[in-house]
Ligand binder design. Structure first.
Ligand code: GLY
Length: 531
């Protein structure tokens, strides 16, 4: 079973499973197919994380997060007057990190794959070179993205008609340059991306656009294998991504706090449920800002942050009837966009793979690498903008996540696997910047505390609090007017409306082994594919 934001890509992964490949093989094929059919976030020009649980219960985590190039500095996002510039930080060639996806997939294949590499890349070559029929969601998305992509001739040439108008649903999209890049990856593995023609084209794109990435930066990029964060919640094992993602640590910290409360009393999305979750989120996001960064550069106190003892200390500071106030001064001295995509895979043996990867913003920084046909990320925007600049709007300036050469930027991506009594129960994850962690948290709490089936757990309205700004965001119609009044009465500042990230998940019935795919309806082209 494969569940992703693109039914076409889910089918590419499921075909690999049907041909005898394992869940890692299917995850690689799905990820490469998403780079063709889901250009908002599917990518080879970005990076991400893969969490794996093997049938014997062992776990591991692969880190293919982008890295800062050698020329990066902590003050690289300031303008000539020394002021923080959001444009440089998020919307320029300087915002591009050294991509990690191809290295991550190559590492996953080398260590845990079973099929031939070529067979995993070929489906995406075919989709790009022969073309695919544009589904509803992509047609709408590309139409809306014309303003952003229209600034770059190579992006217009790739994704729009000759007269620069958008394609319609049902048209066939051929991505010839991307097809040739994928062929180089198919024939030469990671070298097909990090050296030779593709690397030369990336470096040229950077030079022409004022970016920093060189061929040497690309050649030096390495994906890393890390120990997964493993916590427990009411008897379930929660397996997720360690730093440089904050996702696994923050999620386990919140679940540990919540374990001491009867979260379900008062009902789903009732005032008590929303308040206790929001207070847990507030505390975990303060710790995220303070402590979490690339573990190759800063010491992250993972053990303490994920301990039951620390959670008990935090729980004792929560008043079940009143909201705490968040303030920049909560930070203790010396503790130092949101478009992404998640997909879930499980194979016949119970190997589970949870992948979240991203270009950061929708379509990344908007530029397709001329001649190479793929979109570049703007992931440098996930580094802190200016050392010391932490403010009530949510800008964070703590030391753990300032840019340094070769450092990975902090992430919120939280690919997760839930297991019980030695068996996989669910594979969960989400896009959505800092909302990711809280979306995954809520799907897990919906499954465990509210005993919802997986589709209901995914579909249920969500909410988000991230410490600063001190605001509780609730999806449109997420709570009743009475509950809204009760939450505001407790002292929460609430913003209601819009939608939170998707969560393409799956569940495995521990008794029958039946796999249930739960594509999130918030993504129109999403689909599950099994065999
Ligand atoms: N770019 C979103 C994240 O890594 O959290």
């Amino acid at each position: 079973m494969v569940v992703s934001a693109s039914a076409i890509a889910s089918k590419a992964g499921s075909d690999v499973l049907a041909a005898g490949g394992n869940a890692v093989d299917a995850a690689i094929a799905t990820g490469l197919a998403l780079a063709v059919t889901y250009p908002t976030a599917g990518n080879i020009g970005g990076g991400g994380f893969m969490v794996i649980r093997f049938p014997d219960g062992r776990t591991t985590a692969l880190d293919f997060r982008e890295k800062a190039p050698a020329a990066a500095t902590p003050t690289m996002f300031l303008d000539e007057k020394g002021e923080y510039s959001s444009t440089i930080h998020h919307n320029s060639h300087i915002a591009v990190g050294v991509p990690g996806t191809v290295a991550g997939f190559a590492l996953a294949h080398e260590k845990y794959g079973s099929a031939a590499w070529r067979d995993l890349v070929e489906p995406s070559v075919r989709l790009a070179s022969d073309g695919f029929v544009i589904p509803t969601g992509l047609a709408n998305s590309l139409s809306g993205a014309l303003r952003k992509l229209g600034r770059y001739p190579a992006s217009v040439a790739a994704y729009y008609k000759n007269d620069s108008t958008p394609y319609a649903e049902g048209d066939t999209l051929v991505l010839a340059d991307l097809g040739r890049t994928l062929e180089r990856i198919r024939d030469n593995g990671r070298d097909g991306f990090y050296t030779g023609e593709t690397a030369r084209l990336i470096a040229e794109e950077m030079k022409n656009g004022g970016g920093l990435i060189t061929e040497a930066d690309l050649a030096a990029y390495q994906a890393a294998e890390r120990e997964a964060v493993v916590g427990t919640y009411r008897g379930y094992d929660i397996i997720s991504m360690p730093p440089p993602s904050s996702g696994g640590v923050a999620m386990v910290e919140m679940l540990n706090i919540l374990e001491g409360f009867d979260v379900a009393a008062g009902g789903h999305n009732g005032a008590r449920h929303v308040h206790l979750m929001a207070e847990s989120m507030r505390r975990a996001f303060r710790d995220r800002a303070q402590h979490i960064g690339d573990p190759d550069f800063v010491t992250v106190p993972v053990e303490r942050l994920t301990s039951k003892e620390y959670a008990a200390e935090l729980r004792a500071t929560i008043d079940s009837t009143r909201a705490t106030k968040s303030a920049v001064t909560d930070l203790v001295a010396d503790w130092e966009s949101d478009e992404t995509t998640h997909y879930s895979v499980v194979d016949k043996d119970g190997m589970a793979v949870s992948v979240t990867y991203t270009l950061e913003a929708g379509y990344g920084m908007g530029a397709v690498v001329a001649g190479a046909g793929f979109l570049m990320n703007n992931e440098m925007g996930d580094f802190n903008g200016k050392p010391g600049l932490t403010d009530s709007t949510g800008l964070i300036g703590t030391a753990a996540n300032v840019a340094r050469p070769g450092k990975r930027m902090l992430s919120s991506m939280s690919p997760a696997i839930v297991a019980k009594d030695g068996k996989v129960i669910a594979v969960v994850g989400s896009p959505g910047g800092r909302t990711i962690i809280n979306t995954v948290l809520q799907v897990i709490v919906n499954l465990i505390d509210f005993e919802m089936p997986i589709q209901a757990a995914v579909d249920a309205p969500r909410f988000h609090h991230q410490w600063l700004p001190d605001r509780l965001s609730i999806e449109a119609d997420g709570v009743s007017p009475d509950v809204l009044a009760a939450i505001e009465g407790m002292g929460h500042t609430v913003r209601m409306g819009g939608r939170q990230g998707t969560a393409h998940s799956l569940a495995v019935d521990p008794t029958t082994g039946v796999r249930t795919g739960a594509p999130d309806k918030r993504d129109r082209d999403a689909g599950a594919a099994g065999h």
